[in-house]
Design a protein around this ligand. Structure first.
Ligand code: AN0
Ligand code: CP
Length: 321
């Protein structure tokens, strides 16, 4: 695997899920694979889970992880091409990326959408430069439009908790005070469309996700109707994707608290399991009652981030043999 970005990069999902099960049952079984190998994990943005689970996955494989916090520890990096660098950015990605590539075997990059320039974000301009100029396999640790390590962990979790061959999975928008990227819902939609599930997306009007991620998924604007009979409820906030109104790209266009997932919402489901990628704002996205209930699987979901990252790194190391 040269890069991990889209669901197609992982190939057959059944095979990937079987591999995830093997890795979870025997996390140290491939300790020799990463011997004398180094992964550099670059963070342009904050993280708890991705930062820790990626290091743990690398350590399980016998690899050395090195973490770089751009904006904190390194020089401030210019990301746009063709600009006069007379501001506060001391170094350009064009030099920084090949330098980073010369120090490691794999690279992971977290680089959120700026949410001001849709074209720049949706071209994955920063991740593309890492893929082009590093000479090394690159993993998206949530880039401008996708968060594949999260979506793979979500799929692993659904596989573990499902009680029927084809469960109903509902992804619902929920309110949040700040503008958040669309990467998590984009990837979740992309992966659910590729998986054997009955997938429904619900959100207020104006929050339509990019069609390339929505694919053939059912979009239902009536949240309660969408949630009826759900086996899994996946809550997430995202800012306006600018699909129906480009001028609203990256903006918060609704704070409707009626969309917060509470007990009344869960009551119309089929005793659904509650999922969220975390971090989550309690009593904005989800009520205490729901996230604290036995049906909440947010902690095992987060724990599976080690498994998804380990499968991806394992495959990249095997391909390099
Ligand atoms: C980020 C987001 O919504 O993309 C990261 C989630 C994994 N969330 C926040 O910034 C709160
Ligand atoms: N879910 C997730 O990616 O969490 P972090 O932002 O804490 O890494």
């Amino acid at each position: 695997m040269r890069s991990f970005f889209n669901v197609s990069d992982i190939g057959d999902l059944g095979k990937a899920l079987r591999e995830a099960k093997e890795v979870k049952a025997n996390p140290f079984g491939w300790k020799e694979l990463g011997k004398d190998k180094t992964i550099i994990l670059i963070f342009f943005n904050n993280s708890l889970r991705t930062r820790l689970s990626s290091q743990k996955a690398a350590l399980n494989l016998g690899m050395n992880p090195i973490v770089l916090n751009v904006n904190g520890d390194s020089w401030k990096l210019e990301t746009e091409l063709g600009v006069v660098m007379d501001g506060d950015k001391s170094e350009h990605l064009r030099e920084a990326i090949p330098v980073i590539g010369s120090y490691c075997d794999l690279i992971g990059v977290r680089s959120f959408a700026g949410l001001s320039d849709r074209e720049f974000d949706y071209a994955e301009s920063i991740l593309s430069q890492f893929i082009e100029y590093s000479g090394k396999p690159v993993i998206s640790l949530e880039s401008a439009t996708v968060h594949p390590c999260q979506a793979f962990a979500d799929l692993i979790t659904i596989e573990e908790y499902k009680t029927k061959p084809r469960p109903k999975v509902v992804m619902t928008w929920a309110p949040h005070p700040r503008a958040l990227p669309q990467a998590v819902p984009n990837s979740f939609a992309e992966w659910m469309n590729a998986a054997d599930v009955d997938f429904v997306i619900t959100h207020p009007e104006g929050y339509e996700l990019d069609p390339r991620f929505v694919g053939d998924a059912k979009v239902e604007y009536d949240q309660m109707k969408a949630l009826e009979g759900a086996d899994f409820v996946y809550a997430k906030n995202w800012s306006c994707p600018g699909v129906t109104n480009p001028a609203d790209y990256g903006k918060v266009i609704s704070k409707d608290m009626g969309w917060m997932v509470d007990a009344a919402h869960m009551a119309v489901t089929n005793h659904a399991k509650f999922m969220h990628c975390l971090p989550v704002r309690r009593n904005m996205i989800v009520s205490d009652e729901v996230i604290d209930s036995p049906d909440s699987i947010v902690i095992p979901e987060a724990a599976n981030r080690v498994v998804s990252a380990q499968v991806v790194m394992k495959r990249m190391l095997e391909d390099a043999l």
